[in-house]
Design a binder for this molecule. Structure first.
Ligand SMILES: CC(=O)SCCNC(=O)CCNC(=O)[C@H](O)C(C)(C)COP(=O)(O)OP(=O)(O)OC[C@H]1O[C@@H](n2cnc3c(N)ncnc32)[C@H](O)[C@@H]1OP(=O)(O)O
Ligand SMILES: CC(=O)C(=O)O
Length: 535
């Protein structure tokens, strides 16, 4: 039981933004800063003011609308070799940002000094001392990021320690050991952090790790257990190359496994919300399999797992999902047992008894259909229709009598033109209807023809949108004769559902999925109310 406080330092807005493929607007940066502030992160590194106009603007904006609890930090390097700190224009940009806290990164590795900076080992020590002394004289609190600390220490420990000593003596309040290239493993981290703690017993030590060896989080945790009291990282592990230590993993591990304090329990319960809000902001799909915060982090698919979790969640969950704001999910597939079927059916509003033959029939039909190529984990609306059918509760809104699709493609000059026409015969409420519609492809033509037949009876179909269409060829060996699986997603306002169709004929598979999608929508979505004066 430690109960000790670990200071979380977020660098999503600086090191996170150095990830390839991630670009933040000023508005994105401001929104993320406020999210982190609400999460209770005590240090937020906002960027390098002076390095680009957006970061200058960001710090200016936060002077107008300050954060509520977090310390906003400006980031920069030590001064350039052939100038003084007071004359260095980059440092003037830092002061203009107006933050009480500044993080300065400096070189620890002799190779970086001579080859990267192109200066002498002594000059680098002067740069560290001059920069920190100057910022302290300007009443700034300084954190010192010892760049390439672990590589530097292993190459030339005496020189690396001299750089840290210089920063410490010049007034750095935190000495942050950086595994800049991400090549260090946990046993090396433990050994070196312990050496630093012995050499600087009074200093506050931090850790900043990168994930190039896949051990950024493990390294951060190892450093804390060796005496570090600050962890630098990013939301969702975004960062240069393979990323930084993922704070969405570090924080719950420190707090729930190692009993350190980082943020309050109520703030921790917002972790999933913050992780997803940040991924939405940066326009990167969330990692569904991320520890703690991923959509699948508490998803149970194997029948043995679902059965046991129903008895006691500890059997297959390392924490209660609610502690980080996540939730348990049950997935339906060929790996299911009765427990999956009963639990999923219950979520959908059906009570299935374990001993009732209908329950086993649902399971058997699920397994048989999955064997043919259906995939129900991604198509819960089709699973619901299957349950209704077995229970004798399926009431299709229409009955198909047949359809035809004609596709035509013509070359026009240098251009290209293509069109599809579908005709469909269905019975709706006892009436046989024949409709036709044109679309830019066979599936959209079929979808339109079917809706045209239904809309006089069920006007709400006009509000259903076919929002996604995915095709997968299931048996690559058979070429054109292969089975095809089609998944379609419909939306109606905020309501979203997915259905599946399988056939050797892609049009037939598409029809099955579209028809089930419309049937499901009609069973769940109320008719659109008529506006006054219409009708
Ligand atoms: C480990 C890290 O992630 S550190 C942060 C890395 N982040 C970034 O680089 C993003 C922001 N950077 C930038 O916008 C630009 O690189 C700037 C504005 C800082 C500098 O731009 P420029 O003056 O055009 O230099 P350029 O980017 O080509 O090279 C970097 C310079 O910084 C110098 N430098 C690197 N580290 C340090 C340091 N700790 N102290 C002083 N100077 C340093 C390099 O020696 C190089 O100068 P040189 O060309 O005279 O050798
Ligand atoms: C400072 C920093 O980002 C690094 O050394 O990785």
């Amino acid at each position: 039981m430690t109960g000790e406080h670990i200071w979380i330092y977020d660098t999503t807005l600086r090191d996170g933004a150095q990830r390839e493929g991630l670009a933040l607007s000023l508005e994105d940066k401001l929104q993320i800063a406020h999210l982190l502030d609400q999460l209770g992160v005590p240090f937020i590194e906002g960027g390098w003011p002076g390095a680009n106009p957006k970061d200058v603007q960001f710090f200016w904006q936060l002077q107008q609308e300050p954060l509520t609890q977090a310390r906003l930090v400006a980031f920069c390097s030590t001064r350039r070799p052939r100038t003084t700190a007071a004359e260095d224009t980059l440092l003037q940009g830092i002061l203009a940002a107006g933050t009480p806290w500044v993080t300065v990164f400096g070189k620890s590795w002799d190779l970086q000094v001579t080859e990267g900076l192109g200066t002498t080992l002594t000059q680098n020590l002067d740069m560290i001392a001059d920069t920190l002394t100057y910022l302290r004289s300007q009443h700034r609190h300084v954190l010192y990021d010892a760049e390439h600390w672990f590589d530097g220490y292993q190459a030339n420990p005496e020189y690396a320690l001299a750089t840290l000593e210089t920063a410490h003596n010049a007034g750095a309040e935190w000495l942050v050991l950086c595994d800049t290239n991400g090549g260090t493993l946990p046993h090396q981290i433990i050994h070196i952090v312990q050496q630093v703690k012995t050499r600087f017993p009074q200093a506050q030590i931090g850790i900043h790790t990168h994930n190039d060896s896949g051990t950024a989080v493990a390294n951060a945790l190892a450093a804390v257990q060796s005496g570090a009291r600050m962890v630098q990282g990013t939301i969702n592990g975004y960062g240069e190359r393979c990323g930084n230590a993922n704070l969405c993993t570090v924080i719950p591990s420190l707090q729930l496994k190692l009993q350190y304090n980082c943020i309050t329990s109520a703030q921790l319960a917002r972790l999933v919300e913050v992780s997803r809000a940040v991924s939405e902001r940066v326009n990167l799909a969330p990692d569904d399999h991320a520890p703690y915060v991923g959509l699948s982090a508490f998803a149970h698919k194997g029948g043995v797992h679902v059965s046991a979790v129903g008895k006691n969640p500890l059997t297959y969950e390392h924490i209660a999902p609610e502690q980080v704001g996540n939730q348990r999910r049950v997935v339906i597939s060929e790996h299911s047992g009765l427990s999956n079927v009963i639990t999923k059916a219950q979520e959908l509003g059906f009570t299935l008894e374990r001993s009732h033959p209908a329950t086993r029939e649902v399971l058997q039909r699920l397994k048989d259909l999955e064997e043919q190529g259906y995939q129900f984990e991604a198509a819960e609306a089709s699973f619901e229709l299957l349950v209704r059918e077995v229970l004798g509760q399926r009431r299709p809104a229409f009955v198909l009598h047949g359809f035809q699709v004609h596709c035509q493609t013509q070359a026009r000059g240098e251009g290209h033109w293509s069109s599809s026409v579908a005709t469909i015969k269905v019975a709706v409420e006892g009436q046989e209807l024949l409709t036709a519609a044109e679309g830019n492809g066979p599936v959209s033509a079929l979808d339109r023809a079917l809706r045209r037949a239904l809309e006089n009876f069920y006007p709400q179909v006009r509000e259903f949108h076919l929002s996604d269409y995915k095709v997968r060829v299931l048996d690559g060996q058979s070429g054109a004769a292969a089975m095809t699986r089609v998944l379609v997603e419909f939306t109606h306002g905020a309501h979203r559902w997915t259905t599946v169709g399988v056939s050797p004929n892609i049009i037939e598979a598409s029809y099955q999925a579209v028809a089930e999608g419309l049937e499901y929508g009609l069973a769940h979505c109320q008719p659109v109310p008529l506006s006054p004066g219409v009708g």
